[in-house]
Design a protein around this ligand. Sequence first.
Ligand code: GDP
Length: 424
Amino acid sequence: MSNCAIVGINWGDEGKGRMVDYLTDKYDIVVRYQGGGNAGHTVINNSGKFALHLIPSGIFRKGVVNVLGNGVALDPENLWQEMCSLTEKGVSVTPQNLRISERASLLMPWHRDLDALEEERLKDKKYGSTKQGIAPFYSDKYQKKTVMAGELFYPDELRSHIKDILEWKNLTISNVYGAEEYTMEKIEKWISDYCEKIKPFVCDTASFLRNAQEKGKNILFEAQLGSLRDLDLGIYPYTTSSNTTAAFAPVGSGLTTAKIDDVVGVVKAYSTCVGEGPFVCEMFGEEAQKLRDAGGEYGAKTGRPRRVGPIDLVATKYGVEVQGATCIALTKMDVLSSMEKIPVCVKYSIDGKETDKFPFPTLLGGAKPVIEYVDGWNCDISGVRSFSKLPKQARNYVKMIEKAIGCRIGYVSVGPERESMIIR
Ligand code: GDP
């Protein structure tokens, strides 16, 4: 038996989904343990091209059981739509291969509204939320003001619980934001349109996982976003509202005794960031647009252009440390193929002093990137399948990153397809 967590090292969108898709043939179970449908994994395999938001990327492998743990933000509406779009493309989604924790809290319809209303109120000080309701959802969860999926099995208690919450929530909706209050009728419709649809998938996943662990099954834990978006250890307040680190996997999955043997940290060969907040290595203008287009850096959920920059060794080293990564998967190496010289952010300069230590978030605003250039390889590497066959400059690029971040790079991805992978 061996357990593994696949996590993002940077700001998210590193290519975790393709790594889970690639590695799932070694695992019996894939568990999403935090976050919601606010970001997306893009997976390309022999079934087609898919944008997954909440459903674990193990859904494409026969025999793999996918679990949504108690730590996720369970949005019944988005989840049902995601399930339908997979089924329409011929992917089987059944209560056998998708199980939802009865302890996962429900993202209620007003969470999305409140997210949008608060971003509107903040105007130019907004956080760049995807408006999927994640921050209001987690705030309410910690205030104990939402309901758990398992309550769907107790309709009378559920309605009386929601009624109480609604009374409280409407105070904020109308008094703070001046928006239209929710009615119980509206919520009844939401329950029957979406919650009833996902109900057959809801079960006691914690005991399922404990049993699986006893039987020696291999479990893969799949995270959303990356280290720098971790609520506690990221670039607060420009983080997400959950813990994106591997350390949260035992709690968010419900398998509190899980021992995680391997932490595969996914790093992109350059940097991207969605939304607001400090992004020290950011590039602008034509150079940025070229990289953005070469990498197709537009959000899977929102279509928003991602901010781009060279690989940031300061942030990446920090990300590796907080994830406790045991191995790195370096993705999108092929995207850099047309660059003669490749910029690398090797240090930050803060108040005229250079440092390779990732600073306290408040200092990030004044940090400047220290850029060095390394030789590019200037040829198509997407067909290469062994490290020794990569051009020398590409091998040097990998080794340079490995040395700076202090973690072995075990996988180099050279294309979005399942097999476009070099194992070292
Ligand atoms: P995730 O949220 O971490 O899974 O990342 P996303 O799915 O948002 O972004 C990764 C994007 O890069 C997806 O469109 C993938 O298909 C694509 N991708 C992943 N690895 C590679 C690679 O090695 N090369 C190229 N060209 N694209 C890749």
